[in-house]
Design a binder for this molecule. Structure first.
Ligand code: GLA
Ligand code: GLA
Length: 700
């Protein structure tokens, strides 16, 4: 999988043959051949079919289907099959069930109804893993292992006694002494001091309106992530001990409305990175959101190709309203993932189920069967991916930007705390807004995990990175001192890794180092959006006041609706780029106060964006101050298209995808066209019309 001499771009999906009679299997293989499918993910939910009773194993059906697929040239990505456990196991060991906040065990009957910290469950799961590895480790048709499935989706927060015991041990490992834990959690607040690790609690329900210690809650999030990662590693190790030669992965869930795990940690533990991405019904945002999620995936993969393990051919069935995809979108979304660095395009699922919770979820073969628009698109996609593989796209790497937006899973968890000045903070959404604004301003940014190495970039942006440790603040200072540009958003650097507020004025990260870098000092936050009669809903930015102005017009009329930092300028050389202005600003005593500033720092500079701004205003800000002329490779001369480049040793591939509903005219495109999906060639050399949901790929 994902090797240059591999089988082409992997194309297929989750395959659940256990829902169908064996006669259907032959038809499945026929249709898979027709569509160009070359890989399936098998047995994800099949534990009970493999081990129908504790002492009975049945591999016959799995042998037959793997063989049948393999002989037809379709490789199997074989699951460890632990995503659902058989009912007999719950009957015998109800203690493996996770518990909800109230300490009540959840009932069996859905997915992931198991506690990752249950030693009993782990034993059963690892026995299954070993059995599978023994049986299929040498099977040539099994080309990779698919551990679990979307770890944590249903059992991310487990409040069982198993979890309590494991959490106490986790805290002891992390802090060593109870004194260190008391200090970290700030337990002198509300008299929560612990005498020993036996008194450590997990944040179970403490009564209506009770607030949880945010430090404890944050550690509980980290613990949940670590326990699932440990469980994944145990499965992986059980399998790879017996079968050391096959690549393995587990499917992440990265989209901008989700941040289940800290995948920056997980990415180090897989052979190849894979993701499940479900589209947002965001109208104009659809493609931008996809690209934004993928930009983070590409960083997890360290710029190497990665795997789309699941997306949907059309509608899902798990939202209140489930919109379908329009004509072309099935192919377009898939090619967009390839444009963003994916070397594998897979769907949930191959054949739409006839029963069960997901029967109304779209699939590659819909209920109406083969003679459908959807299946024809799936076939067209298969052909197109083959064309791209033949042209040499596979193995090529996405060209990187010189701007990185920094992402921190821990800041995302922290912004969900219910004890902040506003509950509307959302780090991930602010990352997405900045990402879109860069596209609108003509640059494609990368998204880098804060904990990775971003020191080679020219510019880093920190949108609502609420939590900054001293070490991370020093890294930022070193980066700026060496000539880098740091852009600090409005709710960034307020707390440390223990959820202690940095003192001395906001944003105080690094004992005031961040403040010094910015040349400002904040005293309070001004929060809008209460909806209270007589209170302004928004505050405008513009010129005015006493501070020296530069380029003041750029952000004239920009609007902030949630959060303004009440700051004074402290740096001698700090420039105020925009101020709060007008009646509403005056109403909140912000008139003439610095809203956006720039401060030289070492050989570099630090910007402060002291309030929330929408995508259009961020775009103006980027255009005026941040768009470096040297960004030629990533420059999106035409901001109506998403333009990416994938490079291999001997070729570069340019992908052009209209971001909105309008068709796009392109001129002067160099290179040989490889894919013209919903695209027409113009009369002049290098001119093209890319229609809505179309894709142009050229090879240079
Ligand atoms: C109550 C409590 C205080 C404090 C305030 C905060 O009045 O008695 O301890 O929590 O609310 O508003
Ligand atoms: C997840 C799961 C799949 C399926 C899809 C539906 O990604 O992994 O099994 O339930 O969601 O969208």
């Amino acid at each position: 999988m994902l090797t240059e001499n591999g089988r082409g771009i992997a194309f297929g999906g989750d395959y659940n043959p256990d829902q169908w009679s064996e006669e259907t299997w032959d038809d499945d293989v026929r249709l898979m051949k027709k569509a160009g499918v070359n890989t399936v993910a098998l047995a994800i939910f099949s534990w009970d079919r493999i081990q129908p009773q504790e002492n009975r194993w049945d591999f016959g059906w799995l042998d037959r289907i793997i063989d049948k697929l393999g002989k037809a040239g379709i490789a199997t990505d074989l699951a460890s099959a632990t995503a659902t456990a058989p009912l007999w196991l719950y009957e015998k060991h109800p203690e493996v069930l996770p518990c909800d906040k109230f300490g009540h065990p959840v009932n069996a009957g859905s997915r992931q109804s198991w506690s990752p910290t249950s030693p009993v469950f782990k034993e059963y799961a690892l026995t299954l893993c070993r059995k599978l590895a023994e049986r299929y480790g040498a099977n040539p048709y099994v080309t990779a292992w698919h551990m679990g499935n979307e770890y944590g989706w249903n059992n991310r927060n487990d409040y069982s006694d198993n979890a309590l015991n494991a959490f106490r041990l986790w805290c002891e490992r992390k802090y060593g002494t109870i004194g260190a834990l008391n200090q970290a959690w700030g337990t002198t607040f509300w008299g929560q001091e612990m005498n020993s690790f036996d008194e450590v609690l997990i944040p179970r329900f403490m009564g209506a309106d009770s607030m949880v210690n945010p430090g404890q809650k944050l550690d509980f999030e980290r613990f949940g992530n670590d326990m699932l990662l440990d469980f994944y590693k145990a499965e992986r190790d059980a399998i790879t001990e017996i079968c050391p030669d096959k690549p393995f992965t587990t499917n992440f869930m990265v989209s901008t409305d989700q941040c289940c795990m800290d995948y920056a940690d997980w990415a180090n533990e897989v052979n190849f990175v894979s993701n499940d991405h479900y589209f947002h019904e965001g109208g104009e945002m659809h493609l931008d959101e996809l690209a934004c999620s993928d930009a983070l995936m590409d960083s997890f993969a360290l710029g190497k190709p990665w795997y789309v393990m699941e997306h949907s051919t059309s509608a899902v069935q798990w939202k209140p309203l489930n919109m379908r995809k329009r004509k072309g979108e099935t192919v377009r979304d898939s090619l967009a993932h390839v444009a963003m660095g994916a070397d594998a395009i897979n769907f949930f699922q191959w054949r739409a189920s006839a029963f069960g919770a997901e029967s109304f979820h779209s699939a590659m073969v819909p209920h109406a069967g083969e003679d459908t628009k959807l299946f024809r698109q799936v076939c067209e996609l298969g052909e197109t991916l083959q064309t791209l593989a033949d042209a040499g796209v596979q193995g090529s790497e996405l060209e990187r930007s010189d701007t990185a937006i920094l992402f921190s899973a821990e800041s995302e968890w922290a912004t969900r705390s219910q004890t902040l000045p506003s509950m509307k903070l959302n780090h991930w959404h602010d990352v997405r807004d900045w990402y879109r604004a860069f596209l609108d301003a003509g640059t494609r940014a990368d998204i880098m995990p804060l904990k990775y190495d971003w020191s080679d970039y020219k510019t880093v942006v920190l949108p609502t990175v609420l939590m900054l440790s001293a070490v991370d603040t020093w890294r930022l200072a070193d980066f700026a001192a060496a000539g880098g540009r740091v852009v600090v958003g409005y709710a960034t650097g307020l707390i440390d890794e223990n959820f202690h507020t940095w003192l001395g004025g906001y944003p105080g990260a690094g004992n005031g180092l961040l403040r010094d870098m910015l040349g400002i000092r904040g005293e309070e936050f001004n929060i809008l959006g209460s909806g209270v009669e007589g209170e302004p809903e928004a505050i405008r930015l513009g010129a005015g006041g006493e501070v020296a102005l530069e380029d003041a017009a750029a952000l004239n009329g920009a609007t902030t609706r949630l959060w303004q930092n009440d700051v004074t300028v402290t740096g001698d050389r700090t420039q105020v780029l925009a101020m709060y202005a007008g009646e509403e600003a005056d109403e909140w005593e912000l008139d003439g106060m610095a809203a956006v500033t720039r401060n030289p720092y070492g050989a570099g500079e630090a910007y402060f964006v002291g309030c929330d701004l929408d995508v259009a205003d961020l775009t103006k800000l980027i255009r005026t101050y941040l768009a470096a002329p040297a960004q030629s490779q990533q420059s999106q001369a035409n901001t109506d298209v998403l333009h990416t480049v994938r490079k291999s040793a001997d070729a570069a591939f340019d992908f052009y995808l209209p971001r909105g509903k309008k068709e796009v005219e392109l001129q002067g495109v160099e290179g040989e066209p490889v894919v013209l999906f919903q695209t027409e060639r113009g009369e002049e050399n290098g001119s093209y019309t890319v229609r809505r949901n179309g894709v142009l790929v050229v090879r240079r």
